[in-house]
Design a protein around this ligand. Structure first.
Ligand code: FAD
Length: 287
């Protein structure tokens, strides 16, 4: 199923993200976690793509397994930094062969040894989106950043480039995580004003350990509300309590989003079936 069909129904949907193993040695533990999450039958599942395509073969095989073994619609991520037009075409052909219909098209983070951009086949995600749309019928998503992308000098440039993604054929957007829903509501208002009307999936990260939150904030510059900081301060040294509090915080965010008409919510479930299951269970009468 194409995800735009799902979003057009206008009913609340909950989906989960998983990531492929970094090496073949942890393939079976990742596979096991992915299977447990797929067995929850979420609206769809996204499978990330290793930086610079390092784990590309696993992304397609995991997405294919989700579809064929569990009947859950997969969304396969694809990054274009360091990729060639040929490698992208091969990857798309493989996805098509496996019956995958949805791709999240990203630039990816630029590795230190990436070389001179003048020699790259793609510079921005919008180049990849246009290329995918030119050669295939995939439903294509893109990333967006309610607090601005870390490399951006200002929000208005970011917004202009986001519009380029839409003009290149992007069918829907998924947001970077945020911990204050007002940031998303404000962002939605601004992008709608700028003429971006595609469905926007809200990305929610359940923070289940204190170390994780420090890393996230360093990488993405995400704002932490005082209420959230207090939870981390109080429970960060007690893993079980932190997990319970992180799940409760994420659940509250999701309920507020649904109540405010944001129907598509994607959980960055980080290969943690117990976290995905608990959030789904917390929303059992709402979904
Ligand atoms: P772009 O849209 O190309 O934007 C990158 C930067 O370039 C932004 O600052 C933007 O403002 C700027 N820009 C865009 N167009 C132009 C232009 N024409 N001229 C000048 N500047 C421009 N990474 C992975 O490696 N694998 C994944 O699976 C993955 N999944 C993700 C899923 C989501 C939902 C999100 C939000 C991020 C994900 N990422 C993933 C991280 C992402 O790859 C990085 O944030 C990366 O730095 C930017 O990717 P992008 O697709 O947003 O790039």
């Amino acid at each position: 199923m194409k995800l735009t069909e799902l979003f057009n129904k206008g009913t609340p949907t909950l989906s989960f993200e998983v990531f492929p193993p970094k090496t073949s040695s942890n393939f079976s533990s990742v596979h096991h976690a992915v299977d447990e999450i797929a067995a929850l039958h979420p609206a769809y599942m996204s499978v990330t793509y290793g930086a610079g395509g390092s784990t590309s073969k696993y992304t397609v095989s995991i997405a294919s397994n989700i579809l064929h073994q569990f009947g859950v619609t997969p969304l396969a991520h694809l990054t274009c930094v360091c990729a060639t037009r040929d490698s992208v075409s091969r990857q798309l052909a493989e996805m098509q062969q496996q019956g995958i219909e949805n791709v999240l098209a990203l630039r990816g983070d630029i590795p230190e040894n990436a070389g001179d951009p003048a020699g790259w086949d793609y510079t921005h995600a919008s180049d990849l989106i246009a290329d995918i749309k030119r050669q295939s019928d995939f439903c294509v998503g893109g990333a967006c950043y309610p607090e601005g992308h870390v490399e951006s000098d200002n929000f208005s440039d970011d917004l202009r480039y986001l519009k380029q993604k839409i003009d290149a054929g992007c069918d829907f957007l998924t947001t970077q995580m945020f911990f204050d829903n007002n940031i998303l509501y404000n962002f939605l208002y601004k992008i709608r004003e700028a003429g971006i009307v595609v469905p926007v999936v809200a990305g929610i990260m359940p923070v289940t350990n204190a170390k994780q939150i420090k890393r996230i904030c360093q990488l993405s510059g995400t704002y932490l509300p005082q209420r959230f900081k207090q939870i981390v301060d109080r429970y960060g040294s007690n893993p079980a309590a932190m997990q319970q509090a992180g799940i409760a915080y994420a659940t509250e965010q999701v309920i507020d989003l649904f109540a405010n008409g944001v129907n598509a919510v994607h959980i960055y479930s980080m290969n943690k079936p117990e976290v995905a299951a608990k959030i789904q269970q917390n929303l059992s009468e709402i979904l």
